[in-house]
Ligand binder design. Structure first.
Ligand SMILES: NC(=O)c1ccc[n+]([C@@H]2O[C@H](COP(=O)([O-])OP(=O)(O)OC[C@H]3O[C@@H](n4cnc5c(N)ncnc54)[C@H](OP(=O)(O)O)[C@@H]3O)[C@@H](O)[C@H]2O)c1
Length: 280
């Protein structure tokens, strides 16, 4: 029987999950409003809830530095309110966390592990980690940490669209999440009611220049940009706060029996679809 999943958060990822997860419904309720959340759970009686709601900052996370109250209310208070309401009804909750709570090299080979202590710098990252610290210990709650979503159609939130718009791009290596694989991983985690933290990133790593090389090959052969260092990004005033660049280990996801395609395969597939969508 198809699972009934209620997705909170009508943004980039939430809308995509509600569209592509079978048996999913999108809720636009305010997750900081306990009564509204309870009503939604009573009305839909879902088997699982996905929290894709939160403040991510517009046009980017620098917004969260100057809107701290709005940011922690949604990302911390809202996440815990939703967990509380799901707990009351015994409904599984999968919260979307972020891998952008880790900065720099992991303490051990193989990338940052799910239970490594994070070192968030930006206020957005601090709120994401604050919620994780509690949610990761609750029964019947999973935390799916994603990174820099790559989708197969143009959108200001899609890493392909973002990088293609920058004349200067940092030359860094990262773990990233292809959205098509995220949808399948979210379904897999909900079916298993998997508790604890999972790094939902495609196996392998990607440099921004790898993505742009594919973009030039498949989407726009005339595309030009310059590579800069992560330090240049702040020094040149292109970002207020340093961005997280990191490699994650996703062993817990694989151990739970949920697989994602290697990044080179998934990235090429996403870029081919992106090229078709851009031409349409
Ligand atoms: N995209 C990424 O790079 C990325 C990477 C890692 C993790 N994540 C996580 O994935 C989740 C979804 O991200 P996204 O990219 O889809 O971000 P998004 O496009 O900004 O979507 C988040 C949505 O949540 C809404 N929202 C904010 N506060 C809310 C509240 N109190 N109650 C209900 N909805 C609320 C936002 O509305 P407003 O726009 O009106 O505030 C927005 O529609 C977030 O938790 C984010 O931290 C995203």
């Amino acid at each position: 029987m198809t699972m009934k999943t209620l997705v909170f958060g009508a943004g980039f990822v939430g809308t995509r999950l509600a569209r592509d997860l079978s048996g999913a419904t999108l809720s636009r309720a305010d997750i900081t409003d306990r009564a509204a959340v309870r009503d939604e759970l009573a009305r839909h009686a879902p088997d699982a809830v996905v929290n894709a709601a939160g403040k991510t900052g517009k046009p980017n996370v620098d917004w969260c530095e100057t809107h701290q109250h709005e940011t922690y209310r949604a990302n911390v208070n809202g996440a815990l309110t939703l967990a509380d309401a799901c707990g009351e009804r015994g409904v599984y909750l999968l919260h979307l966390g972020s891998g952008c709570i880790f900065y720099g090299d992991s303490p051990a080979e193989g990338g940052w592990r799910e239970d490594d202590y994070a070192n968030p710098s930006a206020f957005y990252s601090r709120t994401k980690y604050a919620a994780d610290l509690v949610l990761s210990r609750l029964p019947n709650v999973g935390v799916a940490r994603l990174r820099m979503p790559i989708d197969d159609s143009p959108s200001p939130r899609n890493l392909i669209t973002k990088l293609a718009a920058y004349p200067s791009v940092v030359d860094v290596e990262n773990s990233v999440t292809v959205v098509a694989d995220l949808v399948a991983a979210v379904a897999g985690l909900c079916e298993r009611r998997a508790a604890g933290v999972f790094h939902v990133t495609n196996p392998g790593t990607m440099r921004h220049r790898d993505l742009l090389a594919l973009y030039t090959e498949l989407v726009d052969p005339s595309h030009r940009y310059e590579l800069i260092t992560a330090e240049d990004l702040v020094a040149r005033g292109l970002a207020a706060k340093a961005r997280s660049n990191c490699v994650l280990s996703s062993e817990r996801l694989a151990a739970a029996g949920v697989t994602m395609r290697p990044i080179d395969v998934a990235l090429r597939d996403a870029m081919e679809r992106y090229a078709r969508a851009a031409r349409a």
